[in-house]
Design a protein. Structure first.
Length: 94
């Protein structure tokens, strides 16, 4: 039987073989049920593992102009994309 140690914060790590057997992925919600001295762990809601490649291409950035310096992520302002989108919607409504 797999065992775990409770931390000072009250956290435990579910052993990897148990997580794999019951398909417990990060974000899965569990419930603790007290049954007169026995604690049962029930899965409330499963979360499918995310696929980082699924988000590829969601943000489109115009290519840099010839002769300009390389762009840096620290200079990227995602709020500017929202502003442009809002302005476009206002123009389309007119």
């Amino acid at each position: 039987m797999a065992a775990a140690t409770l931390t000072e914060k009250g956290q435990i790590v579910i052993p990897a073989d148990i997580r794999a057997r019951y398909e417990l992925t990060p974000g899965t919600q569990v419930e603790f049920v007290d049954e007169g001295g026995v604690i049962r762990l029930l899965v409330r809601r499963r979360v499918a593992p995310s696929d980082p490649q699924a988000g590829y291409g969601m943000i489109k950035i115009a290519p840099s102009k010839a002769g300009s310096t390389a762009r840096r992520l620290s200079e990227f302002d995602p709020a500017s994309l929202l502003k442009k989108s809002a302005l476009k919607r206002k123009r389309d409504e007119k």
